[in-house]
Design a protein around this ligand. Structure first.
Ligand code: AMP
Ligand code: DBH
Length: 532
């Protein structure tokens, strides 16, 4: 099966974008050239490239010894620890396909990933951030009996320790994966009822990582602080941890992105680069004024995942004593960066321009007609690292992609004469909660299952800190007693959704405003005055 039409694949190979190299080879290359060079730092653990390489080999051998096969899927849910990378590279090496779950995901999401991906195993930490992931695994096993096994980093409880994967001598993988095959399944923030899985190949992903590392000036001296969740596409690939490994630099893992956790690490490890979402970056700028920490090693701060205001962007550099770069990307592919050579105005007011000369950008009206230069419209894109379809979702793909294979990003943008994109809004039914994406329909479907609720509509409301928060507008069933907002929020949490999807506000109304053709008008709903 090929993920791109053959004529495009041939073009991307001929241009040198797709090199046929598997993603995990970057570790092998540095391990051979400079084995003792430190690849990653997690607390007081410092793993050399040779150590990471050896561990990835052991994991690959262990996975195959347990009966996993090339092409099988495994749901990987780990926080920012060294083991995340050992397992990620080990899985890739064996050709086993990780589904990149986030630590915040709960029973509903993890069960769905396991079920939909037909996963053979689930990998979790024992506990993280006060939550026991072995209990989550028990719920998932109950919901998805076909899930083969649970592997745990740390105390396995009733399950299997990942240490058992490393028990045998490493053996060469007999049937290694090819670079044009599925490497892993990334997650979409989504806009429909169920999250979508994004098939990324070694070839296409490595191209985006390699070019990102060049654009951002990475080298062996780079020390990247991974503060956002490691599985997320931004810290993983833009250029993130993989870009840093590719360049032979060092990755430092932060347990969470707070200034309290990150500043001491920046000082101690002489961090040069990190990537943050806007609210966290702005919180760092405030904290830096009071903090006694030496942040002078920090050269570049990348900000992305949600729109950074020009005023915000202006504050960051002086407050943190570094350059700022805007990053507008998506797990589906296309990533835009402001460049080191861009003038200040461009860096402050645009979300960057694409990685590749072969990233095709169209800006269209509601009927897919191309708009004149400089007009604001829907962003469509196609290119050497943008998917042509979600994994096993033909019906959704028919809407999410044009017949010519352009991905409908759902973003509303404008292009400047220099080719930089400015994100002006969003057409997709999603809330961008400080970089954490919430598909409105997913939350609405949960609310509709509540006995007192007749109808529900979830929309974004502006928020000074997060940019947006979520508000659930609810119409009660006739005769139903009005539940408390806290009860409805608890109802969503108990349904097993990640915390960030729980509506920040609940408003009760008697009707939803309609559009001309009788659909709920979310635009008007955002302006609704709720019932007292
Ligand atoms: P996902 O498809 O879940 O990976 O989320 C990607 C989406 O995040 C994009 O389509 C945008 O809506 C949003 N996004 C990412 N970076 C930025 C940014 N710098 N400014 C505005 N929106 C962004
Ligand atoms: O929000 C994103 O998904 C995102 C942001 C910046 C992304 O996937 C990326 C860079 O690669």
């Amino acid at each position: 099966m090929s993920f791109w039409p053959e004529e495009f694949a041939a073009r991307y190979r001929a241009a040198g974008y797709w090199t046929g190299e598997p993603l995990d080879r970057m570790i092998r290359v540095h391990a051979a050239a400079d084995p003792a060079r430190i690849a990653l730092t997690d607390g007081d653990r410092h793993w050399s490239y040779a150590e990471l390489d050896r561990r990835a080999d052991l994991v690959a051998t262990g996975l195959l010894a347990r009966g996993l096969r090339r092409g099988d899927r495994v749901v990987l849910q780990l926080p920012n620890t060294a083991e995340f990378f050992e397992l990620f590279f080990g899985l890739l090496r064996a050709g086993v396909v990780p589904v990149m779950a986030l630590p915040a995901h709960r029973r509903a999401e993890i069960s769905y990933f396991c079920e939909f991906a037909g996963a053979r195993a689930l990998i979790v930490p024992d506990r993280h951030a006060g939550f026991d992931h072995r209990e989550l695994a028990a719920d998932v096993l109950a919901a998805v009996p076909a899930l083969g096994e649970v592997l745990v980093v740390g105390d396995p409880g009733p399950y299997t320790s990942v240490a058992e994967l490393r028990a045998a001598e490493a053996a060469p993988v007999q049937d290694p994966p090819r670079a044009d095959e599925l490497a892993f399944l990334q997650l979409s923030g989504g806009s429909t009822g169920l999250p979508k899985l994004i098939p990324r190949t070694h070839d296409d992903y490595l191209y985006s990582v390699r070019e990102s590392a060049v654009i951002c000036g990475l080298g062996p001296e780079t020390v990247y602080l991974c503060a956002l969740p490691a599985a997320h596409n931004f810290p993983l690939s833009s250029p993130g941890t993989l870009g840093t490994f590719h360049a032979g630099g060092r990755v430092v893992l932060a347990p969470n992105p707070s200034a309290d956790a990150a500043f001491p690490l920046i000082e101690r490890e002489r961090v040069t680069l990190t990537g943050l979402v806007p609210p966290v970056a702005l919180a760092w700028a405030d904290a830096a004024a009071q903090a006694p920490h030496d942040l002078s090693s920090l050269e570049l701060l990348q900000v992305g995942g949600a729109k950074l205001s020009a005023e915000g962007a202006r504050r960051l550099g002086p407050a943190l004593g570094c350059r700022v770069q805007q990053v507008f990307g998506m797990a589906e592919g296309l990533v835009n960066y402001t460049r080191p050579e861009d003038d200040e105005q461009t860096v402050l007011t645009t979300q960057g321009r694409p990685i590749s000369p072969d990233d095709e950008i169209r800006i269209v009206d509601d009927h897919d007609h191309d708009l004149p230069d400089g007009a604001t419209g829907h962003l469509l894109t196609r290119g050497p690292y943008t998917i042509r379809g979600y994994w096993r979702a033909p019906e959704h793909n028919a809407e999410a992609f044009t017949s010519q294979g352009f991905y409908r990003t759902g973003d509303v943008v404008r292009r400047t004469p220099t080719g930089h994109l400015v994100v002006e809004g969003r057409a997709k039914d999603q809330i961008n909660r400080g970089g954490e994406k919430v598909a409105a329909e997913e939350v609405e479907n949960v609310l509709l299952a509540h006995p007192a609720i007749h109808d529900a509509s979830v929309v974004a409301t502006p928020d000074a800190y997060l940019g947006e928060r979520s508000c659930a507008y609810v119409i009660l069933r006739e005769g139903a007693e009005r539940p408390r907002a806290a009860e409805l929020r608890a109802f969503v949490r108990q349904a097993g959704l990640a915390d960030f999807k729980v509506p920040d506000k609940v408003e009760f109304v008697t009707a939803f405003p309609q559009t001309g053709i009788g659909k709920v008008s979310k635009k008007d709903l955002r302006a609704t005055t709720p019932q007292p």
